[in-house]
Design a protein around this ligand. Structure first.
Ligand code: ATP
Length: 269
């Protein structure tokens, strides 16, 4: 499974260079933030507090999980991850004890990053949220985030597509200190992502020649969609016995991706 709360999971070798389309200022700001996390004593001397929590928000598939992994790698930290949606519809008390377990495990293996994806499922506005169980789980998360010196060596990262849904108590400084918007990539960003995902692929010459046009014509595509384009195209090439990805493979993948997103849009109430 993508998520494991019990143990830290081995990190893929993701660095900031493997993430395309991030604004330069944002990368700089992240690196500066990590310098503070790495050397809290020096930062304390100049009156800067090390951040405890970071929120990444933006549309699905823009690389928030990748970014959390890259941050953990940059810090040399163990990576603990969970999905907010895994905490819903549990019996009363189960969600809270899982949250506690997650933090307890991380505290035994510092430096650690605790990453919670889809955090809106867990830290949604209380009024709209309702339910005794959801309330207890969120309260426990806030208690754990307020762990004080127990949380030394732990960086909490949360990701969401719905920042507007988050409870203000969760977003308070000391819990969430930095918020980064991870947007859909622009043309230049899409080209970076295309380059990342074609680096280890064999492409026909006319496909290589068309990659700039592809970047221009894929407005609205996320990094995940671009990545899946090339996966789909490669699989088709292999299925049909071609040694390199041809134009017909790429066109097929583009059609499938566009159809896929339209049918999703149509099914959305
Ligand atoms: P979600 O909100 O749906 O959880 P996410 O923002 O966390 O999505 P990821 O899980 O990081 O997105 O992205 C899924 C996959 O898509 C990545 O493993 C990677 O292959 C590709 N991808 C997404 N964004 C980028 C990007 N900016 N640069 C390179 N690859 C990307």
């Amino acid at each position: 499974s993508k998520h494991s709360t019990a143990k830290s999971i081995p990190l893929p070798t993701i660095t900031l260079k493997d993430i395309g389309g991030l604004p330069e200022e944002m990368k700089d700001e992240i690196l500066q933030t990590l310098e503070i996390v790495k050397d809290p004593e020096r930062s304390a001397k100049v009156g800067i507090k090390a951040p405890k929590g970071i929120l990444l928000y933006g549309p699905p598939g823009t690389g928030k999980t990748l970014l959390a992994q890259a941050i953990a790698r940059e810090l040399g930290a163990n990576f603990f991850s969970a999905s907010g949606s895994a905490f819903t519809e549990l019996f009363v008390g189960v969600g809270a004890s899982r949250i506690r377990g997650l933090f307890e495990n991380a505290r035994k293996q510092t430096p650690a990053v605790i990453f919670i994806d889809e955090v809106d499922a867990l830290a949604g506005k209380r009024k709209q949220h309702g339910g005794e169980e959801a309330e207890k789980t969120l309260t426990e998360l806030l208690v754990q985030l307020d762990g004080g010196h127990q949380n030394e060596g732990i960086l909490f990262i949360a990701a969401t597509n719905r920042k507007d849904m988050l409870d203000d108590a969760f977003l308070r400084p000391g819990r969430i200190d930095f918020t980064f918007n991870v947007p859909l990539p622009d043309t230049k960003g899409r080209k970076e992502i295309i380059d990342i995902h074609t680096k280890n692929k064999r492409l026909a010459d006319n496909v290589i020649a068309s990659l700039d046009t592809l970047a221009e014509s894929t407005t609205g595509f996320s990094g995940a969609q671009i990545s899946s384009l090339f996966e789909m195209a490669s699989r088709k090439a292999v299925r049909e016995g071609r040694e390199e990805v041809g134009m017909e493979d790429l066109d097929y993948a583009i059609d499938r991706t566009i159809l896929g997103s339209t049918s999703r849009a149509l099914n959305d109430p």
